[in-house]
Design a protein around this ligand. Structure first.
Ligand code: ADP
Ligand code: MG
Length: 139
């Protein structure tokens, strides 16, 4: 699926729409450079789960933000992931194996997490306010 959005609100809407297809255990991998709109997209997923989008802030890889929604939302950002970081310590695999919805910004920093069933969201900057969002499911 491919959509063009012309504002942050439209990107949030796209996230909200994707959320309706997610189930407990879903893992959403987000790709795109700094300022692409990954966090904005996550705000949309969050709002569909009843979380105030203002509570979604730039996550960091050391602290995976957990939200007590139903199903719970786990938000990670691997931007600053260092080579050789201890992935077990990170706890990311436990989250991905759990019954929440895990969303991971900069998922390409950790090719190991690519697996069957992952939802992949690529966000490309088209112009200052326009983004191309490409969503597919790995099968
Ligand atoms: P990332 O998490 O990918 O680094 P953010 O979501 O934090 O990026 O920031 C995206 C920035 O781009 C925000 O400042 C937002 O207001 C702006 N922006 C402009 N147009 C759009 C759009 N169509 N979709 C998403 N964000 C947009
Ligand atoms: Mg971000």
């Amino acid at each position: 699926m491919k959509v063009l959005t012309n504002s942050p609100e439209e990107t949030q809407d796209a996230g909200r729409q994707l959320a309706s297809t997610l189930v407990p255990g879903s893992v959403v991998c987000l790709y795109g450079g700094l300022g692409a709109g990954k966090t904005v997209f996550v705000k949309g997923i969050a709002s569909a789960l009843g979380i105030d989008p203002r509570d979604i802030i730039s996550a960091s890889f050391t602290i995976i933000a957990e939200y007590d929604s139903s199903p719970p939302l786990y938000h990670a950002d691997l931007y600053r992931l260092e080579k050789g970081a201890d992935l077990e310590d990170l706890g990311l695999y436990d989250y991905m194996d759990g019954q929440g919805i895990t969303v991971i910004e900069w998922a390409d920093r950790l090719p190991e997490i690519e697996a069957e069933g992952r939802v992949k969201v690529n966000i490309n900057l088209v112009s200052e306010d326009t983004r191309e969002i490409i969503i597919d499911v790995d099968e």
